[in-house]
Design a protein around this ligand. Sequence first.
Ligand code: 6PG
Length: 230
Amino acid sequence: MTLYGVELVRCSDPEEVAYVVGNELAAAARSGMSIVLTGGRTPGQAYRLAAEHEPDWSAASLWWGDERCVPPEDEQSNFRLARENLLDRIEAPPREVQRIRGELGPDEAAHEYDELLRGARLDYVLLGLGADGHTASLFPGQPTLQERERRAIPAEAKLEPFVERVTLTIPVLASAPEVVFIATGEAKAEAVERAFARPRGPETPASLIRSAAGSTRVVADAAAASRLPG
Ligand code: 6PG
């Protein structure tokens, strides 16, 4: 089903969402794609299934859509989430793992990542969705939504965890031929409706990100998609 140009993949429960996204990540790795990972609580199981479905990631490269400005071993680190649920579970590591060095602080980490992204091709971008409609660390009504020059910028957190962030910007996230949102649970239903079934606007940052040249999908369970038509 397509809503405002976004393909809806409606799953019955969070397990099926994890299975679908896990398979997509495994296939992307197998075909040597440049993959952008998300943080948050939702993708953990999908990362574990991706590692199970494909133990050899040597053809792939990994990036992050955002990071909290904490050390990589910190429990709030998006890198740690991916390390524990994916990187530590595969046999052959990616040919490139470009993590955001949040421990450097927002300005230096953002500048470093902005330079790293110069000329980089991103093939598959995975994004979460906050109950407020934010994605990556692009929060509602923030000036970060207008950034068009830089590829990675500092961002102020507008909800838990209240730590400084680094986020990729809208043009970079939309540059990938495959943009995939993952959302589960009733708490996300209103945000899913605003992001994918209402006119787009800065009050819902996720509504502002659509693949510029390819496909945009939302993989959601029945609870998260409960306010969508069909
Ligand atoms: C982060 C994420 C953020 C996340 C949403 C949803 O660093 O927090 O990148 O954008 O995807 O907040 O988080 P949950 O999956 O925990 O609901």
